[in-house]
Ligand binder design. Structure first.
Ligand SMILES: N[C@@H](CCC(=O)N[C@@H](CS)C(=O)NCC(=O)O)C(=O)O
Length: 241
């Protein structure tokens, strides 16, 4: 399985050939939290896959044929089927491949996980806005909103009395929301989970998961990427390689 630590393809690159049988391909970007959802599910389920990184600041022309919106992640099967939108890619992988099921089989339990997912939905855009406005203006409003969103997640864990959002073991909802928690330290937002002890414990448990710990997250590398990305540098996506 590809580790994904490969340079990205940019404008002028040759389009990759068909996906070999027995493999699934993911178009990704090393620092994209949405693509990380897909990669976590691929790894957790032990699905053989290859990773093609896309230079999001200098996109290859051919990439728009894979996803007209130009966003990663995108899955491509050996039949040439294309699947985009991270949550949809994760659900597809869980349904299409055998082995450990990450969504619960019980419809009510699945609905509960989807409600948590919905409740988490403001966090990605708040974090991106925070990244964009950092050092430029006062971020107190954003921080207050983030504080509120984390309190909502804390309440779920407190009411459930379980280590993970789906119960006593890790499941789909945990992988869907995890990538943004990896950003906290790099964005110096760790104190925003000080008021949420159960969320903090959840983060500690997530870090111990073999799938999560198989992707080392280096704070300095994240910060280097953030700096270049905010400057629209075509080198951002390959930072640290
Ligand atoms: N709703 C999409 C969002 C994906 C997304 O925003 N990906 C970012 C990278 S983290 C991207 O491809 N950005 C390229 C661009 O904005 O042009 C999903 O869940 O897959």
């Amino acid at each position: 399985m590809s580790g994904g630590m490969v340079r990205s393809l940019g404008k002028g690159s040759a389009p990759p050939g068909p996906v070999p049988e027995g493999l699934i391909r993911v178009y990704s970007m090393r620092f994209c939290p949405f693509a990380k959802r897909t990669l976590l599910v691929l790894r957790a389920k032990g699905i053989r896959h290859e990773v093609i990184n896309i230079n999001l600041k200098n996109k290859p022309e051919w990439f728009f044929k894979k996803n007209p919106s130009g966003l990663v992640p995108v899955l491509e099967t050996s039949l040439g089927q294309l699947i985009c939108e991270s949550a949809i890619t994760c659900e597809y992988l869980d349904e299409a491949y055998p082995g450990k099921k990450l969504w619960p089989g019980d419809p009510y339990e699945k609905a509960c996980q989807k409600m948590v997912f919905e409740s988490f939905s403001k966090v990605p855009s708040l974090m991106i806005s925070f990244l964009r406005t950092q050092n430029k203006e006062d971020c107190s409003g954003l921080k207050e909103e983030l504080h509120k969103e984390f309190s909502k997640l804390e309440e779920v864990l407190t009411n459930k009395k379980t280590a993970f959002f789906g119960g006593s073991s890790l499941s789909m909802i945990d992988y869907l929301i995890w990538p943004w928690f990896e950003w906290l330290e790099a964005l110096e937002l760790n104190e925003y989970v000080d008021h949420t002890p159960n969320l903090k414990l959840w983060m500690a448990s997530m870090k111990k998961d073999p799938t999560v710990s198989s992707f080392p997250t280096d704070v300095k590398t994240f910060q280097g990427f953030f700096n270049l990305y905010m400057q629209n540098s075509p080198e951002a996506c390959d930072y640290g390689l």
